[in-house]
Design a protein around this ligand. Structure first.
Ligand code: ZN
Ligand code: ZN
Ligand code: ZN
Ligand code: ZN
Length: 866
């Protein structure tokens, strides 16, 4: 078996190679709409030759299944650490046990929750412990051991100083204990009773003291827009208006004067997907970082949630369909978000939308609904630009193939019949929830599965989606996240139905589903062919769609899937999170390197209304998946509000910016920095010319002096390479926690920089910054401060005195001044930094809160001195 078996990108490449040389190609080239593109691919049976795809779909429900065996293994490991009082590690293993434990089958899940609650208790995470106790009870914790949970609950309330609750839980614990007296044995019973009585005495004692219980205030300030919400653009400020003309398309303008720091948009995404790299660290639904009380999906072992609510919402909205195909969805990259968008909208809605949408052409501005509002409805997504006309046929063909794959997944998952089934069942059993229906279906499927999975033969090696690579840029960060395919773990026993009771109560319904299921299977077989019989047949006869069971609804959805993929190329937004980089050197909190990490991809139709400028008016930040857009400069009434799609004029030279915007966003930028005729500021990437002491622009393909035209000499080139090598060495040393090694490379590196680079060269500034860090780490704050000052000088010149880059550098400086005990100077720097942070992020931001705490501390210190 080929090692790349199961790689969608590879399959795409092969299909494209095949098709481009075939006579069909010219036909595809002529197609004018998305439905006909999907129809082309379906009727040519283009997906027929991907042999692994059918095998994958046939076995999709076997991947990532729960395993009682694994759950037990993890639990035992957890117990080992628990005994060693290493509760943190124990919790990690119990969490794995929870993720792998079958739901509604056996007691693995309940016991794992129970054990994790104990470990949490010992770490004094009382709230988290209480939540796990509840989950343990809900999951069917053995009643004969209930007294343990009640006792622990009581202890938690005691820890939380809620003594009344502690007392009442203890009573229940006593009750359960007394019931189990015969089973437990006298000696153990007496010990437990003694323990409980002690707790009771303590509780009574504490109650007498009457401690004021602190009210826990959750200071989760939801940000809101300045000047109230707009009546038209419901997620934007009333100071913002939407305009439309054929040249600029839709765009945003200020309908009043806007000040730097004003919040212009606060937007929930229409749909979004977590990037696979963050599956183990972030909630699959709300993208919060996972804490200690992680819970899993009901069926698979891949996704994790912060709590019950996220798990349930995710399951009913999209995961019930996606769960069995998660690896395949990872391999399609950003196109995953297209499927998520369709699932978010729902079949019934979309059928209606397609029907109605044909008649609506009366609105002047596309995307406005009947109430003339631009809000969170599907029409705002539907009306985002696709740029179909500018795309190459090859790209369009690839997107069409991927859209067809997503359509096949929807058909295979029975999504097209789910809504209808739900109608039938609501009539029959009103209490049946959508979740139950899906579980029933999965149960039926599980019965049909072979007892031994074939998946071990599949090797899902790492793959990167073409589409995702293209979408390397967006408004907030320029790094293209690579979607990796998780390898399905080995040794998973297929596990049967997990909701037997439900199955019995609605046998008739299940029969109906079986029928539907086989229908979907037939269609999928028609599309994908039978790889065992047709191995060598490359003949693709044109077939009518009705022949293979594709109806109008399916074709329409296929068209929408393709539409969204095209939109995502230009409109997908990265959701980023500020993370302290894992820096082995910074054992102290001092001089943390913070960076924006891309955690999810999302569609924000309101933010998408902004056009691009290389010198933007706004900055985006996130609270979970909530996008907050703030003005970073004053905007006069009537002026347009610009976002930056990635290439910022301070970070990229003009020719490169133009190239990037043209290839990805299909336009020539005519923003001010692109058209003002000023030369790019080359000093930040310049060496000093040996001949005239002018600037050698190193960003050019052939670096040369901008003042005398002299080409870069071989000597200069070597020096430049040496500087780079030394700097790389230093970075590697830092990665390996080798402080001494880093300094040994940085010192000669800086010497060369000082001699050969322009004084404002950004690499030189980075070297100074790194040296500052190293000195700070070794406790030499004086030297650290000197280098940091040099680096800050360049940062301010390069990015401006209101820039976020400068703010982060000032924050570092404040840390150092704090350490060398210069409170007055430190306070001054903190104030400057805070002012900039406030404009960019507002007062709720972590960094602003940190700076505020520092200020309080400094003021105390200064007052004490006088
Ligand atoms: Zn969540
Ligand atoms: Zn799942
Ligand atoms: Zn520009
Ligand atoms: Zn020169």
């Amino acid at each position: 078996m080929a090692s790349n078996f199961g790689n969608w990108q590879e399959a795409l490449d092969n299909l494209v190679k095949e098709t481009v040389v075939s006579e069909n190609w010219s036909e595809f080239d002529l197609l004018k709409n998305d439905n006909s593109r999907i129809q082309f691919i379906l009727s040519n049976k283009s997906l027929m030759n991907i042999e692994w795809l059918k095998v994958y779909l046939d076995n999709s429900k076997l991947f990532h299944q729960k395993s009682s065996h694994k759950a037990l293994e993890y639990k035992n490991k957890g117990n080992q650490y628990f005994k060693k009082k290493d509760y943190k590690t124990a919790i990690q293993y119990y969490t794995e046990s929870i993720i792998h434990a079958p739901v509604d089958e056996g007691q693995d899940l309940a016991l794992a929750y129970g054990n994790r609650s104990a470990a949490l208790y010992y770490l004094q995470y009382f709230q988290e412990c209480l939540s796990d106790i509840q989950l343990a009870m809900d999951a069917g914790f053995p009643e004969e051991s209930f007294y343990k949970l009640y006792q622990r609950r009581s202890q938690c309330y005691y820890g939380l100083k809620k003594f009344d609750m502690a007392e009442s839980e203890l009573l229940k614990a006593r009750e359960y204990l007394d019931n189990q007296k015969a089973l437990i044995g006298d000696k153990k019973y007496d010990n437990l009773l003694k323990e409980m009585k002690e707790l009771e005495l303590n509780t009574i004692e504490q109650k007498k003291v009457k401690i004021e219980t602190p009210v826990d205030i959750k200071c989760l300030n939801v940000p809101c827009v300045s000047y109230g919400n707009s009546d038209v653009i419901t997620q934007a400020s009333s100071a913002v208006d939407i305009k439309y003309n054929t040249q600029q398309g839709r765009y945003l303008v200020a309908n009043d004067d806007i000040k730097a720091g004003d919040t212009l948009i606060v937007e929930k995404p229409y749909s979004s997907v977590l990037l696979p790299d963050h599956y183990t660290t972030h909630c699959h639904h709300c993208y919060k970082q996972l804490t200690l009380t992680v819970i899993g999906c009901r069926r698979c072992t891949v996704v994790r949630y912060c709590g019950n609510q996220c798990q349930q919402e995710s399951w009913t909205q999209y995961h019930n369909i996606e769960c069995s195909y998660i690896d395949l969805l990872h391999s399609v990259g950003i196109a995953h978000l297209s499927l998520r968008t369709i699932l978010t909208a729902g079949l019934q809605f979309l059928n209606g939308f397609i029907k109605d949408n044909k008649d609506i052409h009366t609105n002047n501005i596309p995307g406005l609904n009947q109430e003339k509002q631009y809000g969170r409805d599907y029409s705002t997504v539907y009306n985002l630009l696709t740029h179909s006309d500018e795309m190459t046929s090859l790209d369009l063909y690839q997107y069409s193939l991927t859209a067809t794959l997503l359509l096949v997944i929807l058909i295979h998952s029975n999504w097209f019949h789910k809504d209808k089934d739900m109608d039938i069942t609501t009539k029959r059993h009103n209490h049946d929830s959508a979740t139950n229906l899906i579980q029933n279906k999965a149960a039926v499927n599980a019965d049909k599965l072979p007892s031994k999975s074939k998946k071990d033969s599949l090797d899902f090696s790492e793959s990167t989606s073409n589409i995702d690579d293209k979408k390397a840029l967006d408004g907030t960060c320029g790094t293209g996240a690579k979607h990796k395919m998780n390898s399905p773990s080995n040794n998973q026993e297929p596990n049967g139905d997990y909701n037997k009771n439900e199955l019995k109560t609605s046998a008739k319904y299940v029969d109906a589903l079986c029928l539907e299921e086989s229908e979907s299977e037939v269609i999928c077989n028609n599309i994908l062919g039978n790889s065992h019989e047709d191995d060598n047949s490359n003949v693709k006869a044109q077939v009518a769609l009705s022949e293979i069971g594709i109806d109008k609804d399916m074709l329409n959805i296929g068209g929408l899937l393709l539409r969204h993929i095209q939109q995502l190329v230009c409109n997908a937004h990265a959701i980023t999170e500020l993370q302290a980089s894992v820096d082995p050197l910074s054992s102290s909190a001092l001089v943390d390197e913070m960076s924006q990490v891309r955690v999810a991809t999302a569609i924000y139709p309101t933010a998408s209304l902004m056009n691009h400028s290389c010198d933007p008016t706004i900055i985006s930040s996130f609270q979970g998946d909530l996008l907050v857009v703030r003005a970073v400069k004053n905007v006069e009434k009537g002026e347009e509000i610009f976002n930056c799609y990635g290439p910022h004029f301070k970070r990229m030279i003009r020719s490169r910016r133009q190239e990037v915007l043209k290839t990805q966003y299909f336009f020539s930028c005519s923003c001010k920095p692109c058209t003002d005729g000023k030369k790019d500021d080359v000093q930040f990437d310049a060496m000093v010319c040996g001949k005239c002491k002018g600037c050698i622009d190193t960003q050019l393909d052939v670096p040369c002096c901008i003042d005398c035209g002299e080409r870069e000499s071989i000597h200069d080139r070597k020096i430049r390479e040496e500087i780079n090598t030394l700097y790389q060495h230093a970075m590697t040393s830092i990665d390996h926690s080798d402080l001494k090694g880093a300094m040994e490379s940085l010192k000669p590196c800086l010497e060369l920089c000082n001699k050969y680079l322009h004084e404002n060269n950004r690499l030189k500034a980075s070297v100074e910054d790194s040296l500052a860090r190293c000195y700070a780490m070794s406790g030499d704050y004086k030297k650290s401060l000197k280098h940091l000052e040099n680096s800050i000088k360049v940062t301010e010149l390069l990015y401006g005195n209101q820039s976020i880059e400068l703010a982060y550098e000032l924050q570092k400086m404040a840390d150092i001044l704090f350490n060398v005990k210069k409170p007055e100077k430190c306070l001054q720097i903190v104030n400057t930094a805070e002012e900039i942070f406030l404009i960019h992020f507002g007062e709720n931001h972590e960094t602003v809160k940190e700076l505020n705490e520092m200020k309080v501390c400094l003021l105390e210190f200064i007052n004490a001195k006088h």
